[in-house]
Design a binder for this molecule. Structure first.
Ligand code: ADP
Ligand code: MG
Length: 150
């Protein structure tokens, strides 16, 4: 568990993670209640990867595409997904078949259709600050977690 005192701490941890991500396909699931800081974390990642504009929550469009340093990045917000099968209409196979980085908020909503993540980031709302727990599901993610915690 890592304690994130304020928004700045969330952005800094995300930037640290960004520097460790592989160039190959990598999928991150972000879990946590509304306001837990999932989108803030994604903004920290995207900014560190070179995105300078705003990061809008794709609450209605479900997915927002970025291309940074010739790498495809897909930011999903599945909060409003009515059923996992809806994802099939988005053609999600394409998103996960290339060297894309996928950042998925509310992955619970896509259970059964979404691929398993490499890395799960669970954010927990506290009165002030947030708690974050990383869970690695691949060897690549496990290496990253070791480096993050040192
Ligand atoms: P989510 O996407 O999980 O719904 P957001 O990132 O949109 O959450 O919003 C989180 C809110 O909490 C933002 O107002 C952000 O400034 C704030 N926040 C993010 N990280 C922290 C933190 N570590 N401590 C306190 N507030 C934070
Ligand atoms: Mg969000």
């Amino acid at each position: 568990m890592v304690w994130l005192e304020d928004e700045q701490a969330t952005l800094e941890l995300a930037a640290k993670l960004a520097a460790l991500l592989p160039d190959s396909a990598f999928c991150i699931h972000l879990k946590g209640d509304l306001g837990a800081g999932k989108t803030t974390f994604v903004r920290g990642l995207l900014n560190a990867l070179g995105h300078s504009g705003k990061v809008k929550s794709p609450t209605y469009t479900l997915v927002e595409h970025y291309q940074l340093n010739a790498r495809d990045i897909y930011h999903f917000d599945l909060y409003r997904l009515a059923a996992p099968e809806e994802l099939l209409y988005l053609g999600i196979e394409d998103y996960f078949s290339t060297n894309a980085l996928s950042l998925i908020e509310w992955p619970e909503q896509g259970t059964g259709v979404l691929p398993e993540p490499d890395l799960l980031i669970s954010l927990k709302y506290q009165t002030s600050g947030r708690e974050v727990i990383f869970t690695a599901y691949s060897e690549a993610a496990s290496d990253i977690c070791d480096k993050l915690h040192n």
